[in-house]
Design a protein around this ligand. Structure first.
Ligand SMILES: NC(=O)c1ccc[n+]([C@@H]2O[C@H](COP(=O)([O-])OP(=O)(O)OC[C@H]3O[C@@H](n4cnc5c(N)ncnc54)[C@H](O)[C@@H]3O)[C@@H](O)[C@H]2O)c1
Length: 426
């Protein structure tokens, strides 16, 4: 194993969040500000709470990941970002109603001071929102140049040594990969085409981040940074990238249960997943084009776990259905139902029902925190391109075109811990 030289986590780390005023972003930022003052616990964060075992035999020992691995500390983080509405993090959190007013007020002054920069937006990609705080630009290339300037200015004004950019903005309409995404020079030419329908705003953020040397994290299921032209750019600029789509609630349960069926050689006939949610994310996903992006992401998880080609009798004919229903009264408090039809000895059928009453953004916020700290670590380790060891955090882990992604939560956890040990030379 070759030794990894890790640059120290010195100075301030800028965290630029796309979709700054949204439910996930504001919950993440307010929780982090409160945690670093000792006013809240960062529950759900592996980097802050989980132990890592290192060493062998008599030398085996364990410590908190944040103590063993050279991560930036919460005190070093400086928050900023973009949104298509001008609300501060404070106003966004009050609007999202994930956290109570009492909890938001723990860090009211700081949250009021974090205001978004104007966004790169294109209504063709998110039809349900009418942005009022958006940049003007002749082309996507022009918008991207403005985003690059934003990153540079933020870094300078806030005296940051490094910056990470994380997408926690709405899910864009489904866009399949096409020829222009296959090659960097073709993609750059397309960015300059004022009428392009093939370059989404999220791609402008990802491109700008990489050009400024900032790792880019995609918390939504859109194409964004998951195509060969972007992988080429990540390689050329030496930038770590990861995605797609935070693995927070229903899919997390799916990637826990499917490995159990597989381990016990129980068959699966069907999996019907439905849920209701009423936040802005739910409203955007009510549009069929945005839902399609999410559906592809949610449907992708079980095949690689169950290996239907190897076990056709058990998994060769699965009916897998995913529904998301916009239902305003529930706001961020999603309710998910899974009906799972399994079969056992001599083919006898059985059913499992999972009813998960979760809080979407409460589950997603710690993932955002970890991904920021770990992507910054990856950059300081000199890693570039797709960070497969961060698959743990995503519904659709990015992977090369000819590769099968790892979806099992347990397998992903092992990959994550092995990489941390490798980084610290254990
Ligand atoms: N909450 C979860 O558990 C979870 C899990 C997986 C993925 N996600 C994804 O995370 C994203 C955020 O979810 P949320 O619940 O916070 O949604 P939200 O609607 O509350 O927030 C999204 C924010 O993005 C802003 N926005 C939209 N387009 C933008 C653009 N081009 N530039 C800058 N800002 C833009 C919106 O104005 C809004 O403030 C969604 O894509 C969602 O699908 C969420």
């Amino acid at each position: 194993m070759k030794n990894i030289q890790v640059q120290p986590a010195e100075g301030r780390l800028g965290v630029l969040v796309v979709g700054l005023g949204g439910a996930v972003s504001t919950t993440f930022i307010i929780g982090t500000l409160a945690a670093r003052k000792g006013l809240a616990k960062p529950i759900g964060s592996m980097t802050q709470l989980s132990y890592l075992k290192v060493g062998k035999g008599n030398n085996q020992r364990e410590g908190l990941i944040k103590d063993l691995v050279p991560l930036a500390s919460l005190d070093q983080l400086v928050f900023g970002g973009w949104d298509i509405f001008p609300d501060s993090v404070y106003d966004g959190a009050m609007h999202a109603q994930v956290l109570t007013e009492k909890d938001i007020n723990l860090v009211a002054e700081e949250a009021k001071a974090i205001k978004p920069m104007k966004a790169a937006f294109d209504p063709n990609f998110i039809t349900r929102l009418n942005g009022t705080w958006c940049k003007e630009g002749k082309s996507k290339w022009d918008l991207m140049e403005q985003l690059r300037a934003d990153i540079r200015n933020f870094k300078q004004e806030n005296n940051c040594n490094r910056v990470v950019v994380i997408w926690a903005a709405s899910t864009e309409a489904y866009l399949p990969m096409s020829d222009v995404h296959a090659d960097l020079s073709r993609f750059e030419a397309e960015m300059k085409n004022p009428d392009t329908k093939l370059v989404a705003p999220s791609m402008c953020y990802a491109y700008a981040a990489m050009k400024e040397g900032a790792p880019f994290i995609n918390g939504a299921p859109a194409l964004t940074v998951d195509f060969p032209a972007m992988w080429q750019l990540a390689d050329e600029t030496g930038t770590p990238i990861c995605g797609k789509d935070y693995k927070s609630g229903q899919t997390m349960m799916k990637t826990v249960l499917a490995p159990a069926f597989h381990a016990r050689m129980l068959g699966l006939a069907g999996w019907f997943s439905t849920n209701i949610l009423g936040n802005r994310d739910g409203e955007v996903l009510d549009d069929p084009a945005s839902f399609k992006t999410k559906e592809v992401s949610k449907l992708s998880v079980i095949d690689s776990i169950l290996e239907p080609e190897k076990y056709p009798d058990l998994y060769g004919d699965i009916y897998h259905k995913v529904r998301i229903n916009y239902y305003p009264p529930r706001n961020d408090n999603k309710e998910a139902w899974d009906n799972i039809d399994i079969f056992g000895w001599m083919g006898y059928p059985m059913q499992i029902k999972v009813n998960f009453l979760c809080r979407d953004s409460i589950l997603a916020a710690p993932l955002a925190l970890d991904l920021v700290l770990l992507s910054d670590l990856a950059k300081r380790c000199g890693f570039k391109g797709i960070q497969k060891w961060l698959s743990f955090y995503f519904k659709s882990p990015m992977h090369e075109l000819d590769e099968v992604p790892v979806h099992s939560l347990f397998e992903q956890d092992r990959m994550f811990r092995d990489k941390l040990r490798e980084i610290i030379g254990e």
